[in-house]
Design a protein around this ligand. Sequence first.
Ligand code: FES
Length: 249
Amino acid sequence: MGNRTLTFKIFRYNPQKPEVKPYMQEYKLEEVSGMTIFVALNKIREELDPSLMFDFVCRAAICGSCAMVINGRPTLACKTLTKDLPAKISLLPLPVFKLVGDLAVDTGTWFRDMAIKTEAWVHTTKEFDPTALEERMDNKTAQEIYEPDRCVECGCCVAGCATANIRADFLGAAGINRVARFMLDPRDERSPEEYYEVVGAEEGAFGCMGLMACDDNCPMEIPLQTQLSFVRRKMLAQGLKLKTEKVAL
Ligand code: FES
C-alpha cells in the first residue's frame, strides 16, 4: 500500500461564475494507508487547489454532509476508502439537490421541505406537563422507531432514485422512511386518513418504481424498501377503505 498514484477527475462548476462552463478537472495524488476520499479531497485542497469546494463536518459518517457520487455511486466521502476503488476515481456532486459549487450541494433545503410536507413531528393532543414522569416505551417499539431514525439525511437515497431525478415533488425514500418513523410511534395520534393525505399519492409511497437504488445506496444500511412496503401496505388499506366508502355512497 502507498505506491499507487491516484488520478481524480473532479466536477468543477461555480454557479456564481456561470460564464465558466462545467468541466472535469484532473488531479494526481499518492495514495497513503487508510486514505478515504475525504482525506484525499482535503489533501488536494491543501496542496494542489484551494478553490475546490466540498462539504464535511464530522468525518465519521454521522452528519451526512460529505455525500457525493464516487465512481458513479452516491455515497459518503468520509466512509469510502481509496483502497477499495480503482486508481482512477471520478467525483461528481449529488444530482437532485441544488448545487452550491463543485462537489458541494444544498441538501438542507430539500430535507427541510420534506420535513414540512410530511409534518415530521409527533402529533399529539396531550398537554405538555414538565412535572410529569417520563413516559416509558417498551424496548421492541423503541428499537423499531430507532431503525428509520438512524437516517443521517445525506441524500444518497434521493440522488440514486430514478423517480426523484425526474419529479421534484417526490418524497423519496428519505421522506417515506420519515413517515414510517412517525407511524410506528405510539405517541403520534395521526389517523390513517391524515397519513393518506401526506403519502397516499404518486408523489408519496406510490411513486416508487421499485428499482431499489435507495436501499443499495444507503450508507447507514437502513432497509428503506422495508420501510416503504410498511407505509405502502398501510396506505393501500386506507385507499381501499376510501374507495369502498365512495362506492357505498
Ligand atoms: S463528514 Fe459527516 S458524514 Fe462524512
